[in-house]
Design a protein. Structure first.
Lengths: 140, 200
């Protein structure tokens, strides 16, 4: 408490230094949280796309491939509670030998957005990306 | 230490000349020697006329210097490693799934008629092209991140009914300011298991 009072009453410029240093420190700390979580979200999106495309590629009924892909992807996305995932079937594959292509767009929370807003030009929006998976429709 | 002792000596001499037993704190302007010259401005004396130790190691501006040092030696390298590791893991994940899917697609390009007649596995002539097609579709998001993957090999092992697909990509390292990169290599394997069914 005494240290805090001394810091408040300080006239040697410590508060000014702190005011300069703290935004940068805060930004660094927030980035240390944001970067791994974003990486984790991207990997999760990759997994969702891969599983959905794989499930669709082994579906025997061509009319059901999109539904199978969407259902598989949504079930898996519910398990990943962090981030938002939007699944899209780019190519359902009409016949065996075609390629089923599934794209998952992901969006992760940017924990550093508030701190980054103090620095013009730095990213302060939500972090986005996409994952694509392609599998050959099984059969001959 | 030499500086401290010298300063203490100056302080004692000054108080002796003034003839005061207890000096008042923080009033440098009143601490005049008989000659009229004020004491050195840098001396910060305590009640006993000794130089306060902390005045000799002033902390003003230290936190900025310390912060710059920590940023340069610790925080920025750590951040770079965090970014590089995350990027490496992501690239490896995408490549591995692409290699697996490509191997799986290629292994399905088996000559069915030949297998039905002889029971031996023989791949179609376009098996490698099939692997390339699926792998390129799979790794397309890497291109948007300025990562350029390459197909190293597609090995069709007919004796074991296995396909090996090797993919690699070069990832630039932030810690080296993008000058040096590391190569991510993965190997995807798919094995075909078929059996001849006996007709009715």
């Amino acid at each position: 408490m005494r240290i805090f009072k001394r810091w408040l009453q300080d006239q040697r410029g410590d508060m000014a230094e702190t005011a300069l240093v703290m935004p940068v420190v805060t930004l660094m700390l927030m980035l240390m949280i944001t970067i791994p979580m974003t990486s984790w979200t991207a990997t999760s999106a990759n997994t969702i796309a891969q599983r959905a495309a794989r499930a669709a590629s082994v579906a025997q009924d061509p009319g059901l491939r999109v539904a199978v892909a969407v259902q598989t992807g949504e079930e898996l996305a519910q398990q990943f509670t962090y981030g938002k995932y939007t699944l899209e079937v780019l190519n359902a594959g009409a016949a065996p030998g075609d390629v089923v292509v599934v794209r998952v767009r992901w969006e992760a929370l940017n924990w550093a957005a508030a701190a980054a807003s103090l620095f013009p030009g730095l990213f302060n929006d939500a972090l986005r990306g996409e994952a694509v998976a392609a599998y050959r429709v099984e059969g001959w | 230490m030499g500086v401290t002792r010298q300063a203490q000596g100056v302080g004692r001499q000054m108080w002796q000349k003034c003839g005061k037993s207890k000096p008042r704190l923080g009033l440098r302007s009143r601490l005049k020697a008989p000659g009229g010259s004020p004491p050195p401005a840098r001396l910060n004396l305590n009640q006993e006329g000794r130089v306060r130790k902390h005045s000799l190691r002033r902390e003003q501006g230290i936190s900025m210097a310390f912060f710059a040092l920590v940023m340069a030696l610790l925080a920025v390298p750590l951040m770079s490693v965090a970014v590089d590791l995350s990027r490496y893991t992501w690239i490896r994940s995408v490549l591995q799934r692409g290699a697996d899917a490509a191997a799986e697609a290629a292994v399905q390009r088996i000559d069915i008629e030949h297998f039905q007649k002889t029971g031996a596995v023989r791949f179609e002539i376009d098996a490698q092209a099939e692997a390339v097609r699926v792998a390129s579709a799979h790794v397309s998001p890497l291109l948007a991140s300025m990562v350029y993957p390459s197909l190293d090999y597609v090995i069709l092992d007919e004796s074991n009914a296995t396909v090996h697909v090797g993919l690699s990509a070069n990832s630039r390292l932030l810690i080296t300011a993008g000058r040096v990169g590391t190569t991510v290599r993965v190997d995807g394997i798919a094995q075909l298991r078929m059996r001849q069914s006996v007709g009715p």
